[in-house]
Design a protein around this ligand. Structure first.
Ligand SMILES: [Zn+2]
Length: 410
């Protein structure tokens, strides 16, 4: 109903009208009410509130010495006016300008708001008292000297030259954070490094031989179809799993061998909330004499408890993979409901988290290891899936979109 909106709209506000309004009036209205529909108009508004903030701060500092109690009180008043959680002007700007901004203007408003919020820190009580030179706020001695050295006339002079105030805190360049997938991968690596495993890596553009044949998946084998592989040409693929690294490591190092292979894998999947064309895996391989399925179970149980917490229970059930015999699936008691049953575990109380098994003798042979003398076990897991469970994230796509609002939460 576009007509009814027009009736309620405040009469057209040109820049002139907007200019005559007080800061309180402006911050109690939305950008639309204020007629600020362009990035330029938004920039002007934020410049205006920044200037008002700075003016009030300067007036406070210029009033300078006086009764100590009175000074503390007026510092607190100024701080509350701008920074009070509920009704402070910064909160009002957040509520009325940022949150109610139309979608297409949100990024611009968000950027301007963040800059402004940084500046507004200069009116917190401690900074104010420090700027006015109160000894009690002596934590910032250096600052204090600087502030007392810059007299009011200095300030006026600098601001006349274009608003540069050297006593304001500098702009801090924010550092990025480590991507949640990398964090989880490192956490998994740490656990296995502690068990004596070493890290191996291999090419992401891989031969069909290492991706399938050497892993006991010959061309005729129907299992090859289960990997929706991206072919570069008839002999080269983007590796559909990190398993080729296991063969390469066996060839390179021989037995005994305890390795972890973290890295990217590629599948020809349609992207949805649980599938992506590129994802991360961690595979592990242990080859030694006298190695049994019990070692595998013990190791993975230890790993699951280290990663998800001591309360986690593990459960192994039979499965099939061409490169392991026997093969199994490891399930853990649901991290969300503790085993009682919920949406995530489909009411079963268990969530399958990885495949595992004793290494097929053919695979050992392809790696140049004598299966009569050595045996081994291996496992493989999806890192994004682990990160989704750990942080309760329901869409794998979020990891790969590079949205700072998502990433800065980690
Ligand atoms: Zn559950």
């Amino acid at each position: 109903m576009s007509g009814s909106g027009a009736d309620r709209r405040i009469p057209h506000k040109d820049t002139q009208t907007r200019f005559r309004m007080s800061i309180e009036e402006k911050t109690s209205q939305t950008l639309k009410d204020l007629g600020a529909g362009t990035a330029e108009a938004i920039g002007e508004l934020f410049a205006e509130v920044s200037a008002a903030l700075e003016k009030e701060r300067e007036e406070f500092v210029a009033r300078g010495a006086g009764d100590e109690r009175e000074r503390s009180q007026s510092a607190k008043d100024l701080r509350d006016r701008w920074l009070a959680r509920k009704s402070g002007l910064v909160s009002l700007i957040d509520e009325n300008w940022l949150k109610k901004a139309p979608k297409e203007l949100k990024p611009a408003v968000g950027r301007a708001f963040n800059q402004f919020r940084q500046r507004a820190k200069s009116v917190d009580t401690e900074s104010l008292l420090c700027d006015v030179g109160q000894p009690e706020a002596g934590a910032k001695q250096g600052n204090l000297q600087f502030a007392s050295a810059s007299t009011e006339s200095d300030r006026v002079e600098v601001s006349a030259r274009g608003g540069l105030d050297l006593t304001l805190p500098g702009h801090r360049r924010s550092l990025g954070s480590i991507h949640p997938v990398t964090q989880v991968m490192r956490e998994i690596e740490e656990i296995f490094l502690g068990l004596g495993f070493s890290i191996e890596s291999g090419p992401e553009i891989e031969s069909v031989y290492y991706s399938f044949d050497a892993l006991n998946i010959p061309e005729s084998h129907p299992a090859r179809d289960e990997w929706d592989t991206i072919y570069v040409n008839s002999e080269t693929v983007l590796r559909p799993h990190t398993s080729p690294v296991q063969i390469r490591a066996m060839e390179k190092h021989g037995a005994p061998l305890y390795i972890l292979c973290p890295g990217k894998a590629y599948r020809h999947d349609n992207p949805d909330s649980t599938h992506a064309t590129m994802f991360h895996q961690v595979e592990g391989l242990a080859v030694d004499t006298d190695i049994s399925f019990a070692d595998l179970k013990g190791t993975l149980d230890y790993f699951a408890k280290k990663f998800f917490g001591d309360k986690i229970k593990t459960n192994f059930s039979p499965s099939f993979f061409p490169f392991t015999e026997p093969s199994g699936e490891l399930a853990i008691s649901c991290v969300f409901c503790g085993g009682a049953g919920c949406r995530v575990c489909k009411e079963s109380g268990w969530v399958e988290v990885m495949g595992c098994g004793k290494v097929h003798p053919e695979v050992l042979r392809h790696g140049g290891i004598d299966p009569e003398r050595y045996s081994g076990w291996a496992f493989g897991l999806g890192v994004e899936r682990f990160a989704m469970m750990k942080y309760d994230i329901n869409d794998i796509q979020l990891f790969h979109q590079g949205d700072v609002r998502f990433l800065e939460q980690f």
